[in-house]
Ligand binder design. Structure first.
Ligand code: NAP
Length: 457
């Protein structure tokens, strides 16, 4: 069976990709297991060198990878180039890990006690369609660095950059079979990562619904699992904030990647005393977002990824929705949806559910306690922002919000050198940051008995 890849900006066919069967998946996993045994035995400096070469190969292919993402996912070309550069940086960062995976020597009686970080073996990475190459690298780079093999299933809609990354890895010197991208259906290839006993860990990024299923399936083999799931993050704007900056940046905190971002600040909470002023400032900022051809260097927001996703996003904005104002979007072919600002009730569907499109809801709040309580009134807890000039308030509120990634006076979420992940139903475990390779290892403790000479009086 094959899957047709459609360009979301104009609905033309880009290519078709063959979907793997269960047997093909099993064969790739078996190859990966063989390759992993060699890889784990290689000198740490040699593994580091290959990963640095892989980073160099990605660096040399930035425009090519960006072009693929523009056609496959509709990402604006500037953003897509950043994503390819991020993959290079993630590889470079974790290329340092093989030579730094030190265990410990623990003082005990009667001998020498040391710990080792042993690789798990084969790791299965399942990625979503919203940031195909960056999220793939968060899994494969630290897993390979820790001495594992990786089988990766990209989302059906967006496999092209992951397939190319696997080729670049091979060209850079990764052993044959060590890093395999297996396109196919979630219910076939993804499920097989869960049920095949040779896969020792599943790293899943996607919806909370599928994540729960994967976690339940992994329980059967006590398989390790990392989950990066949905979000409904809050952007809190206090009356003492730099309102101009808060309003000018708020669209980019939610409409980046057309709102198809797990970290999208899709609820803006504004202190009641400045609510009207904030809305006056927000309207031109939203209308100023440049929505259009992703191949155009000046475009800030492209189309949604697919027709079915467009229909789902549109279902959050029925004819009687509380629309405050909207930005613009092209007419004609393509899965376009204009940036949209709603002012719904706090308990409405738009206020509670992850929309994963360019739709943001704005709510007034009364005081700090009300803001924190509403920000936390969600099953999710991935990201969020706090805008205030009061340092103490910034610290207090950031600590009080039940979320894995917060920024004060900015909308930053992801840096490869800092840990990323969710509280509550936004996920389990952390990716990125200095400790990520350890999540792809088991700690082994070895005690060496030491013969003691008789004590001489
Ligand atoms: P999804 O429907 O859950 O799919 C994610 C991946 O899982 C796809 O590769 C999918 O394959 C596969 N899959 C589907 N059913 C499966 C099954 N039964 N067993 C194993 N794998 C299966 O999510 P999505 O719509 O692609 O992505 C959007 C979601 O991802 C949003 O909720 C978003 O918040 C979340 N996300 C979270 C983060 C984070 O870091 N926390 C980052 C990005 C996105 P198919 O393509 O074949 O369906």
């Amino acid at each position: 069976m094959s899957h047709t890849i459609v360009n979301p900006a104009d609905e033309t066919v880009v290519t078709t990709v063959e979907a793997a069967t269960v047997d093909e998946t099993d064969a790739a996993i078996a190859d990966a297991a063989r390759a992993q045994r060699e890889w784990a035995r290689a000198a740490p400096a040699d593994r580091a060198r290959v990963l640095r070469r892989f980073a160099d190969a990605v660096d040399g292919a930035i425009d090519e990878l960006a072009g693929l993402e523009v056609r496959n996912s509709g990402h604006p070309v500037g953003q897509a180039r950043w994503e390819a550069g991020h993959v290079r940086d993630v590889l470079e960062y974790y290329a340092a890990a093989p030579e730094r995976m030190s265990g410990r020597q623990i003082p005990v009686a009667g001998g020498l006690d040391v710990t080792f970080h042993e690789p798990l073996g084969v790791v299965g990475v399942i990625t979503p369609w919203n940031f195909p190459m960056t999220i793939a690298s968060w899994g494969f780079a630290p897993a390979l660095a820790a001495g594992n093999a990786v089988v990766l299933k990209p989302a059906e809609w967006t496999p092209l950059t992951s397939l190319r990354l696997a080729e670049l890895g091979l060209e850079a010197g990764l052993p044959e079979g060590l890093f395999r991208v297996i396109p196919g259906r979630g219910s076939v290839v993804g499920e097989r990562f869960v049920t095949n006993e040779t896969v020792r860990k599943v790293v899943f990024t996607g919806s909370t619904e599928v994540g729960k299923r994967i976690m339940a399936g992994c329980a059967d083999q006590v398989k390790r699992v990392t989950l990066e799931l949905g979000g409904k993050s809050a952007n809190l704007v206090f009356a003492d904030a730099d309102l101009e900056r808060a309003a000018a940046t708020a669209p980019y905190g939610v409409f980046e990647n057309a709102g198809q971002d797990c970290c999208a600040r899709s609820r803006i909470l504004v202190e009641r005393s400045v609510y009207d002023r904030f809305m006056e400032l927000l309207e031109p900022a939203v209308q100023g977002v440049k929505v259009g051809d992703p191949a155009d260097e000046s475009t800030e927001m492209g189309p949604l990824v697919a027709r079915t996703h467009l229909d789902r996003v549109a279902s959050f904005v029925p004819d009687d929705a509380d629309v405050a104002f909207r930005g613009t979007a092209p007419d004609g072919p393509g899965f376009w949806f204009a940036p949209t600002v709603l002012t719904p009730a706090r308990d409405s569907r738009a206020a509670r559910e992850e929309i994963f499109g360019p739709v943001v809801s704005v709510f007034p709040f009364d005081d700090e306690a009300d803001a924190i309580s509403f920000a936390n009134a969600s099953e999710y807890g991935l990201s969020g922002s706090v805008w205030t000039r009061d340092l103490s308030r910034g610290i207090r509120v950031a600590r009080a919000i039940e979320s894995g990634n917060l920024s004060v006076n900015s909308h930053s979420s992801v840096r490869y050198a800092t840990p990323f992940g969710g509280f509550k139903q936004s996920g389990l475990g952390r990716e990125l940051g200095p400790d990520a390779p350890l999540a792809f290892t088991e700690t082994k403790n070895v005690f060496f008995a030491v013969d003691q000479p008789p004590v001489v009086a």
